[in-house]
Structure formats: structure tokens, C-alpha cells
Write a protein that binds this ligand. Structure first.
Ligand code: ADP
Ligand code: MG
Length: 724
């Protein structure tokens, strides 16, 4: 469909929308919907023998190894539930390193040996699957002769039903590992990192006198930003289809400068989509709540309520899939790319996280007593230390070709990983740094350099939005992850680096206490030392400013602007030591990830470059040439009647076409290059393809502003962002 036909179709669709809009009818109220498609605890409780249910909960809650003898019972109950829900198939769902979600579907039906069939689902089928799936990237962990990959049931993430008009599927979240047990996915290290965090958080809690310490987990709440456009436009843009972002497009006359879209009224079709998406998410047990318009035209946000990191991560994946499929139903395409449109705001996925358990609550919540506050400050200090020491790793886990358009570019947050604490908390740490020894001791309480910690508002007004890592009252918000990314990588990094800090702190405190040092003094000392050594990572100012770039360098903070600068942070001795020490990723596993992410980067750029070349050559050049012909014949016609035509425009079209031809030739050359190691190839692509595409784009965007609108083959920014 040419741009014009697409535009007409979209306008007709939008204009006549209310008459054709699908409606949700005859369904129950949102309250009754929640978790309707989830094999939930209450479902388990009602369907499983008491002892089996108890054993299963022990595994989920306290990581007790799963008793294999109960698997058959659970599988059978799960199957009956699924069949009641209309399921005919089951799927092990796993999360490969591409960041996407993968499913291997199988039918419940098996031949019964007498020509009929029975629905079968044995314990071993629940626990383990063998999807092969050998073409998922593995960074060298699987040679083809050892190609077997296994999926293993993740008991902690609930099974659910995926609905389809032609039949439902029971989906079982799984970890995906090689036959040697090495992680091939995003879930395995996440589960391992949760374990490491639990161990060392418990040590610290015991030092603070808690005898009854339940398993500490991290919680994550991710805010998902996305764009919606009419699908008619989407199909007319090969760049959106292939690369997820527009590789061309002159700025719209009206962009986001009026801020009139931000929290503005939501178009009817979009609201209808949101309502249905929310219902679908509720059914899947995903508590999606907020909705509003984001800064850019056509941009929106959805934020599910926080959950345990592992479940939140699976739910995030499901959320992205749901947004896309529901949008299609309403004739729209949901764009999850970090920067679908140049020059307007991009999309991030802020990851809010905290840690805690049922007994001690949220450990990042400042408490009501000095004792609780001392404990809070220790956990906070652990985060500060971790982010200072491992900022490079945090940067590397959000590195991708698409996120490069946000981080380190002219958009927030900056590529420098610093922490925002807010005025009050910074002040407390300043006091500790200065006067650690002045604590007054009272029997039974802990005083840590400040008389009492001022009550921190749980939602402080001074929310600095330019910081990549901000304390927001009772949690931290990591703002660097991109909208299309899995939050597994960020959560693995966060869990592991905090586990390491807590390990070091616990070891210090345990030794001091063993030496007979007063616990209060020991805590005091630890806090003092951490803030003295790692306070440089705290920055409450404007992260977008140029001064910050200079100051950050002076403070020794890394500024890793692009993926090729950031990914090598996974290849350092520190990273290898960190991830292997805490049993999260061994060196082979880490190396394989490094390899895969480099390959993904390189491939993304190549796809973009090829698409840019094709669109320029087969759509833009022909359109501009036609227009050039029209202008030329008009000039001849003018000359034929003895007048001198104004050929300024013809000259401009001709010279811009010339520039475009030079640029496409250079891009074609840049695409054809020899690659050495993955890092060399990625660096080469970064250095050559990015500028070559920019040159092609400059000429194309120039042509867009002068070629006749009825000849222009691509839907424009104005159309895509404003016709909704
Ligand atoms: P913002 O002001 O940053 O836009 P939102 O209300 O949109 O905030 O999103 C906040 C996110 O943080 C939600 O997903 C919410 O559930 C999550 N969140 C709130 N409290 C915690 C917590 N203690 N731990 C982790 N996430 C949390
Ligand atoms: Mg936010």
C-alpha cells in the first residue's frame, strides 16, 4: 500500500471508528476476573490433596526442593483445571536470550492404543520438556552435537491459560538450560540471583537481631511505555515492520512542544484498547493499573503493581505480548521500540524495585524507630555501594541497539549511572560521613550518627526524573531499561550486586561483633566507610546537564555512551568474579551472553541498514525521480511558450537526489564488510553503519519536505502520530 492509500484507509478507519469498534460483552466484572486464567493458590488448594499443596507451597515460598513424587498429582490437577478452562494444548514457555518469549506447544491428547485418544499430562511432562529449540542464540554454549535444550518447570511462577478463539493453551513458565545444566535463558540466572540475595540479606537481618527470618526476595514493578499507531500506516512502513522504528521521517510541523498530549484526554479507540488489554491482563493475574498519555503524541504507559521479581518478569513478557495482540484487534500496532520516532520522546521501562519478606517487611522502607532506621540505612548503603562498584554492569545489562537511542543520546536518562537519594536522605548520609562517631547511645536503641532519621515521605515531592537510579521513598527506580527489553537482565544485575554488598557488609559486621565491638559502633563504622568510599555515585542534580558529564568524569564515574562501549563490561575480571562467586552465571555462561548480545547488536544494525537501503532505493528514489520528471516537463512547457521557468525546486530535488545516491552507495559499502570477532564486528557496525544510515536519512528527510505529497510513498510523522 502506498503512503497515500494507507493514509486514506487509516483516516476512514479512524473517522468511522465508533461504529465498528469491537466491544467486550457478557463478561464478568473486573473484580471477578482477576486471576481467572491462572492456576492460582486457591485453585491449587481446592484441587490438590492437603499434603501435596503444602509441599508445593513450601517450594514456592521457601525454595524447598520440589518433591518429584508429587509432580504427577500436581500435573493431573493442573490438566483437569486447564481442560475445564477449554485448553486442548499445553506449552512450556521460556525466555531465550533474544529477550522475547518462546513457547513449545503440544497436545494433551495421546493415542490410547485402541484407536482412540486420551488426555494425558504426566508429572514428568510438567517438570521437564525438551523443545530442542537449537536455533535460539546460545553464544557457543551448545554445539549442534549437544544441541539438546531442556525446559524445567519454574514452580514459583504460576501456570496460566492463553486464550485463542480456536482453542486455549495451558502455559507453564519454565527455565531453559542446556543438557549440561547451563543457562540458555533469562529466567535461570534470575532465580539464582534471588537465592544469592536471600542468603546475604538474611545474614544482615540476623545481625539486627531478627531470629525468625523468612526468605528475602526482591520485588519489581515495571512501567511500560509504548506507542500506538494505526495499522494501515504500519503496513506501509517497511522500516517499522523490519526494525520496529522509523528509519526515515521529517519532523512533524507539530511535535510534542505543546505538551498537550501529556496526561491529555485519551482517544476513544485507545481507551477501548486499554480497557480490553487491562481485562486480559487481569485474567492472567497481572495487576495492571495506571494509564495515561505520555509526553509524545501517540505514546502511553501501563504500570502493573509490583510483584516478586521473578513473577513480575514473566508478567512483563506477557504484558508486552498482550499489548501487541489486543492493539491488533483494534486496528492498531503497539510499538515497543525505544525510539520509534526520531525527535520525539522515546520509551523506557522504569524498573521499580525493593526487597523484603513477610516478617521484616520492605527493607527499603525507612522505619519508625531508630533501630529500624539503622537497618534501613544499612540496606540503602548496600545499594549505594553496589551501584558505585558495578555501575558498568548496570549499564551493560540495558545496552542494545534500540536503547542506544535513549541512553547517552540527547534523551534521558544519561548513560552515566549515578544514584539520586533526595535531599533528606542525602543529608542523613552526609551527617554519617562527617560525624560518624558522635552517636549518642541509649540502651536498646541504635543511633547512627543522627539523632533520629527524619520521617521520609514515602512519595517525596522532589522526584528527580533525570537520574538513572533514584530513591523514591521506599524503593529504587532504575530508569535506564528500554521499553522493549526484558526486565530479567536488570533484575539479575540488581540482585547480584546487592547480594555482594550485603555479603561484604555482613562479613564486616560479623567480624566486628565477634571481636567484641559494640554492634551500634560497628554499624556506624560500616555506614561511614561506605559513604566515604562510595558517596561519589550520589548525585541529586540535573543529569541532563553538560556540567554533569564533566563532573561525573572527575568523580571517576563511567560514561558508556553506546552498546559497544557498555557490553565489554560483561567481559571484565570483576564481572566474571561477581557472577560466578554468587552462583548466578559461571564464566562460560557469562561469556555466552556477552557473545549473544554483541551478535544481537550487530544483527539489529544490519537489518536496519539493509532496510534503509531498500526503502531509499525502491521507494524514495523512484518517487523523487518521478517528481523531478514532473518538474522538468513543467519547465519545458514554460520554455515552450517563450518564458523562463523558475527551476530552483528542480535544482533542489536534483541535488538532493544526487546526495541520496552517494549516501546509499556508501551505505551499501558499509554493509559489505568483513567481520572479525563479535566485538570487532559490533564496533565496526557502530562506527560505519550508524553514520551511513544517518547520511541516507538526511537526504530522504530533505526530499520528504519538497517532493509532492501525493507522490510520497511513506506515511509521515504527522499522520502516524496524530491520526489515532
Ligand atoms: P511513577 O511516578 O514513577 O510514574 P507509577 O505509579 O507509574 O510511578 O509506577 C510505580 C511502579 O512502582 C508501579 O509498578 C508500582 O507497583 C511500583 N512500586 C511501588 N512500590 C514498590 C515497591 N515497594 N517495590 C517495588 N515496586 C514498587
Ligand atoms: Mg517512573
Amino acid at each position: 500500500m502506498s503512503g497515500n492509500a494507507a493514509r486514506t484507509a487509516a483516516i476512514t478507519a479512524v473517522a468511522g471508528y465508533s461504529s465498528t469498534m469491537p466491544t467486550i460483552s457478557g463478561e464478568s466484572a473486573p473484580g471477578e476476573l482477576f486471576g481467572a486464567n491462572v492456576f492460582s493458590r486457591s485453585e491449587m488448594q481446592s484441587r490438590l490433596p492437603k499434603s501435596v499443596y503444602k509441599a508445593l507451597i513450601a517450594t514456592i515460598e521457601r525454595s524447598k526442593p520440589l518433591d518429584p513424587t508429587i509432580a504427577d498429582v500436581v500435573a493431573s490437577a493442573m490438566k483437569d483445571w486447564a481442560i475445564d478452562k477449554g485448553a486442548t494444548h499445553y506449552a512450556h514457555v521460556f525466555y531465550p536470550l533474544t529477550g522475547l518469549t518462546a513457547e513449545k506447544h503440544d497436545s494433551f491428547l495421546e493415542p490410547d492404543g485402541t484407536g482412540g485418544s486420551v488426555a494425558e499430562f504426566a508429572g514428568k511432562t510438567l517438570i521437564q520438556g525438551e523443545p530442542d529449540a537449537s536455533s535460539f542464540p546460545n553464544g557457543g554454549l551448545r554445539e549442534t552435537f549437544e544441541a539438546r535444550g531442556y525446559t524445567a518447570w519454574d514452580v514459583t511462577s504460576p501456570a496460566y491459560i492463553l486464550e485463542n478463539p480456536n482453542g486455549n493453551t495451558l502455559c507453564i513458565p519454565t527455565a531453559f538450560v542446556s543438557w549440561t545444566g547451563e543457562a540458555l535463558d533469562k529466567k535461570t540466572p534470575l532465580l539464582r540471583s534471588q537465592q544469592a540475595l536471600a542468603v546475604h540479606a538474611a545474614r544482615v537481618l540476623r545481625l539486627f537481631g531478627h531470629t525468625d527470618v523468612d526468605r528475602v526476595v526482591s520485588y519489581a514493578g515495571a512501567e511500560q511505555e509504548y506507542f500506538l499507531i494505526d495499522r494501515n500506516f504500519y503496513f506501509a512502513r517497511p522500516d517499522l515492520i523490519a526494525a520496529g522504528r522509523t528509519l526515515f521521517g521529517a519532523p512533524a510541523p507539530k511535535g510534542q512542544e505543546f505538551d498537550d498530549h501529556y496526561f491529555g484526554a485519551i482517544p476513544e479507540r485507545v481507551l477501548a484498547f486499554m480497557l480490553e488489554a487491562e481485562r486480559e491482563l487481569l485474567k492472567l493475574g497481572i495487576p495492571a493499573k495506571t494509564r495515561h498519555n505520555e509526553v509524545a503524541p501517540g505514546q502511553f504507559e501501563i504500570a502493573p503493581v509490583f510483584e516478586r521479581a521473578n513473577i513480575a518478569t514473566d508478567h512483563q513478557q506477557l504484558l508486552m505480548v498482550t499489548l501487541r495482540s489486543v492493539a491488533e484487534k483494534y486496528g492498531m500496532e503497539c510499538l515497543l521500540h525505544e525510539k520509534p520516532f526520531a525527535g520525539v520522546n522515546g520509551s523506557g521501562k522504569h524498573v521499580n524495585f525493593s526487597l523484603g519478606n513477610s516478617q521484616q517487611g520492605n527493607l527499603l522502607n525507612p522505619g519508625d524507630t531508630p533501630h529500624e532506621n539503622a537497618q534501613f540505612l544499612v540496606f540503602c548503603a548496600a545499594v549505594i555501594r553496589a551501584v558505585h562498584l558495578y555501575g558498568g554492569i548496570l549499564r551493560s545489562v540495558v545496552a542494545s541497539a534500540s536503547n542506544d537511542h535513549r541512553l547517552g543520546a540527547n534523551e534521558a536518562p544519561p548513560a552515566i549511572i549515578s544514584i539520586f537519594l533526595g535531599e533528606q536522605l542525602s543529608d542523613v548520609f552526609d551527617q554519617i560521613a562527617q560525624g560518624g562517631a558522635t552517636a549518642s547511645k541509649e540502651k536498646g536503641t541504635l543511633e547512627v550518627g543522627v539523632d533520629t532519621l527524619p520521617a521520609l515521605p514515602s512519595d517525596p515531592g522532589d522526584r528527580n526524573r533525570t537520574s538513572p537510579f533514584a530513591f523514591t521513598g521506599n524503593r529504587f527506580e532504575f530508569r535506564a531499561p528500554g521499553s522493549s527489553q526484558s526486565i530479567a537482565g536488570p533484575m539479575v544485575a540488581i540482585n547480584t550486586i546487592i547480594a555482594e554488598s550485603l555479603d561484604v557488609i555482613a562479613t564486616d559486621l560479623e567480624a566486628a561483633v565477634a571481636d567484641g565491638v559494640d554492634f551500634n559502633d560497628a554499624v556506624q563504622q560500616v555506614l561511614h566507610d561506605i559513604i566515604a568510599e562510595h558517596g561519589a555515585v550520589v548525585f541529586n542534580g540535573d543529569g541532563y546537564s553538560d556540567e554533569w558529564q564533566t563532573e561525573a568524569a572527575a568523580r571517576g564515574l563511567k560514561n558508556l555512551r553506546s552498546t559497544v562501549d557498555a557490553l565489554p563490561e560483561l567481559d571484565t575480571p570483576e564481572a566474571k568474579a561477581l557472577f560466578s562467586k554468587y552462583g548466578v552465571l559461571n564464566e562460560r555462561e557469562l561469556a555466552s551472553r556477552y557473545e549473544v548480545y554483541l551478535e544481537q547488536y550487530e544483527l539489529s544494525l544490519l537489518v536496519e541498514a539493509r532496510t534503509a537501503l531498500e526503502v531509499a532505493q525502491t521507494m524514495v528514489v523512484p518517487a523523487a525521480t518521478r517528481y523531478q520528471g514532473e518538474l522538468a516537463s513543467a519547465a519545458s512547457a514554460v520554455r515552450a511558450v517563450g518564458l523562463e521557468p523558475d527551476i530552483t525546486l528542480l535544482g533542489r530535488v536534483t541535488s538532493t537526489l544526487g546526495a541520496l545516491n552517494v549516501a546509499t552507495a556508501a551505505l551499501a559499502d558499509a554493509i559489505e564488510h568483513e567481520s572479525g570477532t563479535s566485538l570487532e564486528a559490533a564496533r565496526h557496525s557502530h562506527a560505519t553503519l550508524v553514520p551511513a544510515m544517518a547520511a541516507v536519512r538526511a537526504a530522504v528527510d530533505e526530499l520528504e519536505t519538497i517532493v509532492a505529497d501525493d507522490l510520497w510513498p511513506l506515511p509521515t510523522y504527522q499522520e502516524m502520530m496524530f491520526i489515532l
